[in-house]
Design a protein. Structure first.
Length: 348
């Protein structure tokens, strides 16, 4: 991982014994047993859900696009652990993990993927277009970078209403090169909007590596022209994400305006379901999996500290697999939307 370059917002107190550090030297949150177990379970739910979605896609149950989040689970789970009720989340099309992290039901997400009636968009949105006002999840967007401007609008509404909520807008390393991102940065900085911009730097935009596509690959510095601070975070370590999230959310809630978190992360699977994978080596993927896997890191700590046995963790895995299997059964049994749905939820 690259060294942590940062325009820090505050310094943190260290405990008597040397504090643990993330692989890029950044701070990590000091998780207790319950937090480690929660992080483990939430990340595992996303991974197993995505594996099942991949299977259902292969079997022809999912039409249209489908982008899996496997490898990046620590980002949304660490963020969600720091958020408060009312904070909004908005992201792009690699969105199933974000939805599950906000507490949206696996059944409703899977039913949407398979185009069924009980899906969050009544089967009409599919993988890239789901929303839950109740869980403050605003999509699900297929236009690269568009959610950054929409997320800035959510932050504007928060500021206008004075409700103390923060908008969290996720986007990729590829999206970070889109013009509207910088128009949004300008307004957010000018009006001190409460928004955390999260660049999920998974090193590739489809088949294009950041090295081939970007002049400034330290995305945490992308707001410097607008005076927006940024932190580079080990996005494979859920504790590092939580520590950065606490800092960023506090920054926004105290009225200091926007902040950027660059999450150094990695996607294990292809860009979408058809990907020739010629742009990287199998060894590169394998190295990330074996040395930085976000779930294995938590598992190793739980075992090492004696906070969970292999059997305890197997029981969690079984529980999670049951939830995912149930969602897949539910989705396949659920009817397709009625033809009359063609005329609902549209602007005429
Ligand atoms: C405005 C626009 N341009 C191009 C595309 C085609 N496209 C879809 S995904 C993608 C790559 C985006 O990569 P990144 O932002 O790094 O996100 P990741 O897929 O890595 O999560 C592109 C170019 C699009 N959907 N919208
Ligand atoms: Mg990317």
């Amino acid at each position: 991982m690259a060294p942590r370059k940062t325009a820090t917002v505050s310094s943190r107190k260290t405990a008597a014994k040397p504090a643990a550090k993330a692989s890029n030297g950044g701070p990590v949150a000091d998780f207790d047993r319950d937090e480690e177990l929660k992080a483990y379970r939430e990340m595992l739910l996303i991974r197993r859900f995505e594996e099942k979605a991949g299977q259902l896609y292969g079997m022809g149950f999912i039409g249209g696009f489908c982008h899996l989040y496997i490898g990046q689970e620590a980002v949304v789970v660490g963020m969600q652990m720091a958020q408060k009720e009312g904070d909004q989340v908005i992201t792009a099309y690699r969105d199933h993990g974000h939805m599950l992290a906000t507490g949206m039901e696996a059944r409703g997400v899977m039913a949407e993927l398979t185009g069924r009636r009980s899906g969050y968009s009544h089967g009409k949105g599919g993988s890239m277009h789901m929303f839950s006002k109740e869980k403050h999840f605003y999509g699900g967007h297929g236009i690269v970078g568009a959610q950054v401007s929409l997320g800035t609008g959510l932050a504007f509404a928060n500021r206008y209403r004075g409700n103390g909520n923060v908008s969290i807008a996720y986007f990729g390393d590829g999206a970070a090169n889109q013009g509207q991102v910088y128009e949004s940065f300008n307004m957010a900085a000018l009006w001190k909007l409460p928004i955390v911009y999260i660049v999920e730097n998974n090193r590739y935009a489809m088949g294009t590596s950041t090295a081939r596509a970007t002049a400034q690959s330290n995305y945490s510095l992308r707001g410097s022209g607008f005076g927006i601070p940024g932190i580079q975070v080990d996005g494979m370590d859920v504790r590092a994400v939580k520590a950065a999230a606490d800092e960023a959310l506090e920054h926004c809630r105290s009225g200091k305006g926007p902040i950027i978190l660059e999450m150094l992360t990695y996607r294990y699977r292809g860009h979408s379901m058809s990907d020739p994978a010629k742009y990287r080596s199998k060894d590169e993927v394998q190295k990330m999996r074996s040395e930085h896997d976000p779930i294995e890191q938590v598992k190793a700590r739980l075992i090492e500290k004696g906070w969970a046995s292999e059997d305890d963790l197997k029981a969690i895995d079984k529980d999670v697999r049951d939830i995912v299997a149930d969602s897949a059964d539910f989705a396949q049994a659920d009817p397709e939307p009625d033809v009359s749905e063609l005329y609902t939820d549209i602007l005429l």
